[in-house]
Design a protein. Structure first.
Length: 428
């Protein structure tokens, strides 16, 4: 290699001026056994900037190959790296004609109280203080955050600023001739109205089931606590990428889960593993403005509140994931056990006259068996708070009423204490 060739290779700035790199020569033996060298380059990752070549191309690595990034994803990366504050960009709407005057008044009043302001400000001054636009010689110029929160129809600027609600029959999403959606609708409007409507319409599709409580009483519970599913929707609205202008938020309700999907991936350093502890909002000004409508709290407690609500309802913690489909998407999944076989059996019991003939202790024992399949006399004594002899009498009485039966697995040796299970006829 001539000095000129070596010099050309090391002049990377001529090809990619934003790159941060260093190089050095490493002595090696070549294939002939002679002394030679290779030039090793270390290119540093830039957290603050999308690095482009001098021709304007940017790439990501997928496995062992590099892939050119299209302009919309390049812009999304710039937003994630903080190069672009897109929620502050002006929108082609007229103020105040294109905005909901009632929402503006509500926002300004709340902002005045929350900020403990001593002097009243005009609407335009208040919105400017809230980072929702700029006052100019030509009037107030609203930005994207202002449009999403306060305009009459945010879809004039972001066509995908809406929620698509779909209810499915079963546990999977089917298409074509097997298509299994039984209800679908769009929910539109500025964010405060959008979320109020979503709360009402999604709640109409959340089932409730009867369940035996720990004290043996029947109680009705929803498939999912509202605090969990509503927070998942609020998070999607507050943190989605509005850069993907034509993409909607999806709320998909299956028999065994509720799924909320929103455009845009996690904002570093947040990942699916750190979602309960990391906080880096994509739309900080919009999120803070939502706080004045008492929609958000801005203390990254929302995901933890979701988890707490699900666990308190004896449901699995929410699952967060990032999926790659036409750009990044975040998927939040709330699973349920309320529609499980045991819950369906409980509803069969409650629909019959069996329930009226059960004592409190018998209800507690049935609830335990539904959750654990079988029960023994010592366990029954513990959960009903009676002595083992009394528990044994209750168990025998339930056997005599054909509610439960002695249970032995095929081929197993009968041991003490005996194990009991529910009889199938109880649910027929």
């Amino acid at each position: 290699m001539t000095p000129a060739q070596k010099n050309k290779i090391e002049r990377l700035k001529d090809y990619c001026s934003d790159a941060r790199w260093e190089s050095k020569e490493v002595l090696v033996k070549d294939y002939t056994g002679s002394d030679n060298y290779v030039i090793a380059f270390r290119v540093r990752y830039r957290e603050d900037k999308v690095v482009e070549t001098t021709s304007g191309d940017a790439f990501i690595r997928e496995g062992d190959r590099k892939v050119r990034i299209p302009e919309d994803l390049k812009r999304e990366l710039r937003i994630a790296k903080g190069e672009i504050h897109y929620e502050l960009e002006r929108v082609p709407l007229q103020f105040p004609e294109d905005f909901d005057q009632n929402l503006i008044e509500r926002f300004c009043e709340s902002y005045f109280k929350n900020r403990s302001m001593k002097t009243r400000r005009s609407r335009e001054e208040t919105l400017e203080l809230a980072k929702l636009g700029k006052r100019t010689a030509h009037g107030f110029m609203p930005n994207l955050a202002c449009c999403l929160l306060l305009s009459k129809d945010p879809r004039d600027v972001v066509p995908g600023a809406r929620i698509r609600l779909i209810r499915y029959d079963g546990n999977t999403e089917k298409f074509g001739e097997e298509q299994n959606s039984i209800h679908t609708e769009f929910i539109d409007g500025p964010i405060p109205i959008l979320l109020d409507a979503a709360r009402e319409r999604v709640a109409a599709h959340i089932k409730s089931f009867q369940r035996l409580s720990d004290n043996g009483r029947l109680e009705r519970r929803s498939e999912y606590p509202e605090a969990a599913w509503l927070e998942a929707i609020v998070n999607a609205v507050a943190h989605r990428s509005y850069n993907f202008k034509n993409q909607n938020i999806f709320v998909k309700i299956f028999d065994n889960r509720l799924v909320v999907e929103s455009p845009g991936g996690f904002m570093p350093p947040t990942t699916s593993e750190t979602v309960y502890d990391a906080h880096n909002p994509r739309n900080p000004n919009l999120m803070e403005a939502m706080m004045h409508f008492e929609i958000t709290f801005c203390a990254y407690e929302g995901t933890r509140r979701m988890r707490e609500a699900m666990l308190k309802a004896d449901l699995p913690a929410p699952e967060f994931s990032q999926i790659e489909s036409n750009g990044h998407k975040i998927r939040v999944t709330l699973g349920n056990t309320m529609a499980s076989t045991s819950e369906k059996l409980i509803n069969k019991i409650s629909a019959s006259d069996v329930i009226d003939k059960l004592s409190r202790e018998e209800l507690i024992i049935i609830r335990y068996i539904l959750d654990h399949k079988t029960i023994t006399v010592p366990i029954a004594a513990e959960i009903i708070g009676r002595s083992p002899p009394t528990a044994n009498k209750i168990i025998n009485h339930m056997v005599g009423k054909d509610l439960i039966e002695f249970f032995v697995r095929e081929g197993a040796v009968v041991k003490r204490p005996r194990t009991y299970s529910l009889k199938d006829k109880v649910f027929n």
